[in-house]
Design a protein around this ligand. Structure first.
Ligand code: GLY
Length: 386
């Protein structure tokens, strides 16, 4: 562990550096645990058997994750006496489609999954969203266990119940809220991730500090190396992130208010991601990193937070090795009007006003519903040149 105090948001006992943590998502009758720690995929059978005795499991995963982790999960289910079937989809965003949904739904029906059985989503955000949505609709709803294997999915997409697929008209436009009954985040699974993907996932960890917890952000400034290299601080960081998200989801499950805070950096970020063609040129977390820097710089410009806060946010993300400026995106991007069109498509525009997540300081984000589009355009024009 680093010598810096751990974040206050994690109210769990401090044990050995790699001791597993449990974070509870308090949603009344639909409350569930997020178990976090190294090696947890190896004991997932025991957890599932305790949660739902006698249930069968339908594993949904992709070809890459199957090579890395499927053997261990199947052995763990076998050891616990759990019968299982497996659906394997192609890796990548293309599977989050009507065709991908058809493959998974038909696979679950062919495996005779019944309503008391469980779907086990084993993989990153694509598998979690796709398998979660298939579980939400097959037989009018089968419970899902999320077993996220990327940092981004461990700290964000596996928690909170957003599931879905992409429409040809836009990302995540077809979906459902379908909370998991258990999340198992094996932090050792992150050891096999490419460094760039791990860093991109880290942007979402930093987001929780930037949006609502200055103490967490201060801790991350000292602990990020260990989090990326995989020491005990990684478990702590995933737990702190999940605790932050769980608290927000518990008070606004379906995003009628505070849950929008989780979109810090996403309005600018989505426009850049779309402008780069949702390609390897700019990963989602990298776009969020630039987007968060822009949101803080814009907040400083409006006099909402200090320039030092904006610089502090940017310095940290830069130190981690994340892109922080529009100019960091390789290749061509749409011009400023093109980016504004993408922003308008992503978020509601009402009589020239946009909704953004802005900040009054580190850890003090808020939803701003009446941001002047002309002022955002002028700011973006300037930032493109910076
Ligand atoms: N990823 C944002 C949310 O779950 O609301």
């Amino acid at each position: 562990m680093s010598s810096v105090a751990t974040p206050s948001s994690v109210s769990v006992p401090q044990g050995s550096p790699a001791a597993p943590r449990t974070v509870r998502v308090e949603l009344g009758a639909r409350a569930y645990d997020i178990a976090i720690g190294p090696g947890l995929l190896g004991e997932i059978g025991t957890r599932i058997a305790a949660l739902r005795p006698g249930a069968r499991v339908a594993i949904v995963t992709d070809q890459n994750v199957a090579l890395q982790h499927l053997g261990m999960v199947e052995a763990a289910l076998d050891a616990a006496g759990i019968g299982f079937s497996t659906v394997i989809v192609a890796p990548g965003e293309g599977s989050k489609s009507y065709a991908g949904l058809q493959q998974v739904a038909e696979g679950l029906i062919a495996a005779r999954v019944e309503r008391r059985d469980l779907v086990l989503a084993l993989g990153g955000g694509v598998v979690g969203d796709l398998a979660g949505f298939a579980a939400a609709v097959v037989r009018r709803g089968v419970d899902v266990v999320q077993a996220p294997t990327t940092l981004l999915s461990q700290v964000d997409s596996s928690v909170g119940g957003k599931t879905g697929i992409n429409s040809p008209q836009g990302k995540n436009l077809v979906g459902a809220f379908h909370q998991p009954v258990l999340v198992v985040a094996d932090t050792a699974a992150l050891d096999t991730l490419p460094a760039r993907e791990l860093r991109a996932g880290y942007a979402e960890v930093a987001k929780y500090g930037l949006l609502g917890d200055e103490k967490l952000f201060g801790w991350l400034e000292g602990a990020w190396r260990g989090i990326l290299s995989g020491d005990g601080d990684r478990v702590e960081a995933v737990a702190a992130s999940c605790a932050a998200k769980a608290a927000i989801v518990a008070r606004d499950e379906t995003e009628t208010g505070d849950r929008a805070l989780l979109n810090l950096g996403h309005t600018f970020g989505h426009a850049l991601e779309a402008g780069a063609g949702f390609s390897q040129r700019l990963l989602h977390g990298e776009a969020v990193s630039i987007g968060m820097c822009l949101a803080f710089a814009y907040s400083a410009r409006l006099g909402l937070c200090s320039g030092q806060d904006a610089v502090r946010a940017q310095r940290h993300l830069e130190a981690v090795g994340l892109p922080t400026r529009i100019a960091d995106v390789p290749g061509e991007l749409p011009d400023t009007d093109g980016l504004m069109t993408l922003i308008a498509q992503d978020k509601k525009v009402s009589r020239g006003a946009l909704t953004f997540i802005l900040a009054r300081g580190i850890g003090a984000a808020f939803v701003a519903k009446d941001v002047d589009a002309a002022s955002v355009r002028a700011f973006l024009e300037e930032m493109r040149a910076a």
